[in-house]
Design a protein around this ligand. Structure first.
Ligand code: PH2
Ligand code: MG
Ligand code: MG
Length: 157
């Protein structure tokens, strides 16, 4: 199955600045499947919680045989291994690495642990901009629109 993943960082770590954290995460994601495409790195202004540094955001497509939940657990383990500490950080606040599962094929799923498609992906330009670079024709299974359609709709708001 093809999964779309959003990457973000706005703090340095032992690996270096946010760009280095994204590169480290992408290298480690090879353990979860075949990383088929990676967008360019976008510097973006913080959304939601404004008093924090700019983010570096990217998107990736991974061909995987893991189930959605196993893939999510793999992404969370990579976040932790790169140094993300969820205990000391405010929600939507600064983070060393954030790996969000956006889409997993056409799967629609809502459980306590995982919601697919990611419920906010169509409202976030820092997600759709990078994703549109690598998957412009990928379809959102509940909004029935391509990534390009969603990006154009958000840009027109
Ligand atoms: N992630 C957030 C909150 N705000 N803003 C930008 N620009 N990029 C992000 O990745 C981001 C954010 C929570 O996950
Ligand atoms: Mg996020
Ligand atoms: Mg996250």
């Amino acid at each position: 199955m093809i999964a779309a993943i959003a990457l973000g960082s706005n703090l340095s770590s032992t690996f270096g600045p946010p760009e280095a954290n994204l590169r480290e995460a992408l290298n480690r994601m090879a353990a979860l499947g075949h990383v088929k495409a990676v967008s360019s790195f976008h510097t973006t202004n913080p959304v939601g919680y404004l008093d924090q540094p700019q983010f570096v955001n990217a998107a990736a497509l991974v061909e995987t045989t893991l189930s959605p939940v196993d893939l999510l657990h793999g992404l969370l383990a990579i976040e932790k291994s790169i140094g993300r500490d969820r205990t000391s950080a405010p929600p939507k606040g600064p983070r060393i690495i954030d790996l969000d599962l956006l889409l997993y094929g056409d799967v629609i799923l809502a459980s306590s642990e995982i919601t697919l498609p990611h419920p906010a992906m169509h409202q976030r330009s820092f997600v759709l901009g990078p994703l549109a670079e690598i998957a412009p024709t990928l379809r959102h299974p509940t909004l029935h629109a391509t990534v390009t359609d969603l990006w154009n709709a958000l840009s027109a708001e």
